[in-house]
Design a binder for this molecule. Structure first.
Ligand code: NDP
Length: 298
């Protein structure tokens, strides 16, 4: 029997709808609209698409969207000056600086300049620390989206054996902490892990965030496991014509779906959840900064 497909696109649409309903209630009850500012430096084509999608979806949810486009050669000081201006701007509740930044700009310094209360990407050390401490804060979007999909598929995660493959600050580490906060027993694998297949065979949930196309094989999985594939890899697709490419995950979908109980596809799995969680975080940031209770968004 093949695995059930975890439809991240539909789940993200539901989350955005719930966010839009919360925004409408906030406007009615408190008389303001949350606002998200997105900063794009340079001309990276993928980043431009992300920023456009973020702006469109922010507006669709009824929030204010502020776009700041700066030229490739912008200095670090100028990016930080803009961030500081946005920190002080009361109409801006969330700030997202699109990564990667051009070489002359230190990304860590820019992230540090963002007011942690407006850090809707959840990358500031204060928000990272809050996850470690199990305190409420702003949770990074892709890890949050991964956990939501796992919960949808599995239900209560308490006591589940989770294998997180990858330990990056952006994905693997926060996923492992969020899973621990859900009372899972978490194993973290990385490039020095010995016998990854053996670790996989024990996991009820496998989260793959490696950046290696189709690395995780179906034969490694425990029967019925839930597979959350965070990977987005562009690979050649000669079957689609000369020079064509396609997106694949870090999991070999074809073999995995024969063994797994549920699996996220790529594209259409974790990917769409990232922006949906960003919009939800913007609402939370707007409420937190005004000392108001967060609405329930699901
Ligand atoms: P990084 O390159 O920062 O981290 C990759 C991790 O994988 C590292 O911890 C590395 O280990 C580990 N790793 C590398 N090779 C192996 C191996 N052979 N076996 C086990 N572990 C290995 O990547 P990111 O975390 O930023 O991204 C991971 C994937 O997720 C990428 O495909 C990226 O495109 C995708 N992604 C998707 C997003 C979305 O859906 N919106 C958002 C962000 C990322 P070590 O630490 O030892 O080097």
């Amino acid at each position: 029997m093949s695995a059930s497909v975890i439809d991240g696109k539909a789940r993200a649409a539901a989350l955005r709808k719930s966010t839009a309903q919360a925004v409408a209630q906030i406007e009615k009850n408190h008389g303001f609209k949350p606002g998200l500012a997105v900063v794009l430096v340079g001309e990276d084509p993928a980043s431009k698409v992300y920023v456009r999608n973020k702006a469109e979806q922010t507006k669709e949810c009824g929030m204010n969207s502020f776009e700041h486009r700066l030229p490739e050669e912008t200095s670090e000081a100028d990016v930080i000056a803009l961030v500081e201006k946005l920190n002080a701007d009361e109409s801006v509740d969330g700030i997202l600086v699109q990564m990667p930044l051009p070489r002359q700009i230190n990304e860590d310094k820019v992230v540090l300049a963002i007011d942690p209360k407006k850090d809707v990407d959840g990358l500031h050390p204060e928000n990272a620390g809050r996850i470690v401490l199990g305190q409420p804060g702003l949770v990074p979007c892709t890890p949050q989206g991964s956990v939501i999909l796992a919960k949808d598929a599995v239900g209560d995660l308490s006591g589940k054996e989770v294998l997180v493959i990858g330990r990056s600050i952006l994905v693997g580490k926060p996923v492992s902490l969020l899973m621990q906060n859900e009372n899972c027993t978490v194993t973290m694998a990385h490039s020095r892990t010995r016998d990854l297949a053996d670790h996989c065979s024990r996991a009820d949930i496998v989260v793959a965030a490696v950046g290696r196309p189709e690395m995780v094989k179906g034969e490694w999985l425990k029967k019925g496991a839930t597979v959350i594939d965070v990977g987005i890899n562009r690979v050649p697709a000669p079957e689609r014509g000369e020079g064509k490419t396609k997106l694949v995950g870090d999991v070999d979908y074809e073999s995995a779906e024969k063994v797994a109980g549920a699996i996220t596809p790529v594209p259409g799995g974790v990917g769409p959840m990232t922006i949906a969680c960003l919009l939800m975080n913007t609402v939370f940031a707007a409420m937190d900064s005004r000392g108001l209770e967060r609405p329930s968004i699901s």
